[in-house]
Design a protein around this ligand. Sequence first.
Ligand SMILES: [Zn+2]
Length: 258
Amino acid sequence: MSRKSRRIRYLILLLILLAVAANEAINKLRVASWERALVVRIYAINGDYMSGSAAYIDSLVLADFKPIERFINNEARRYQIPVDAVRLEYSNKLEMMPPQLPLQSSVLDNIIWSLRFRAWALYWYFVDDSDSADINLFVNYFDTDITQSLRHSVGLQGGMIGLINAFANKSYNGSNNVVITHEIMHTLGASDKYGQSNQPLHPSGYAEPYQLPLYPQRKAEIMGGRIPLSATLAKMPQSLKQVVVGVITASEINWNFE
Ligand SMILES: [Zn+2]
């Protein structure tokens, strides 16, 4: 590559970074005032091109995702938010594949992936002609017959987009909704509250951090991710009925309750 074309490539990369940064700053200002409901739109994607996943996606309806809206609005009310926090929409399937997270990823891989995902989302905004939502979530579904463990899901703060990997199986609807809600919270500015081997952090990642005895906990904190059964053991919640938004997460997403 000549020196000139390399310089042009750097310039283009710099411009993309500036555009992404400006876009994020605007989004951050726009969101989190909680004066109106944020519109969250979900798109389903066949993640493995299997007919089983396609059939599952065809069976999905808005009602399958409604527990997410109910959960967030109930929790917001608990933190004295006077309006509905979110309104959920389901936009059926999307015949486009967002860039997939690398399987084994370094910090640099993740940064490069998040830039590629943002670039993909910008392209998608450009070609999509529906009214824009505040938060757009792309859910990749995988057939449980061939996929037993999923790649990570990611919600990008500022970008207000999330890429979620989920199981194409009715029996996972509840836990899929937990994962989707976790990523929505990331887009709003909440941070993870679990440590090594996915064990929730105390006290921020616990639903009831000061109960006695401390274990077993009955519920999970949404960003802690799991229900702590002991100091070293935790299990995935089966549905949002087993989840709460803790006070640290609430303050991170600007649910001020003084
Ligand atoms: Zn997370």
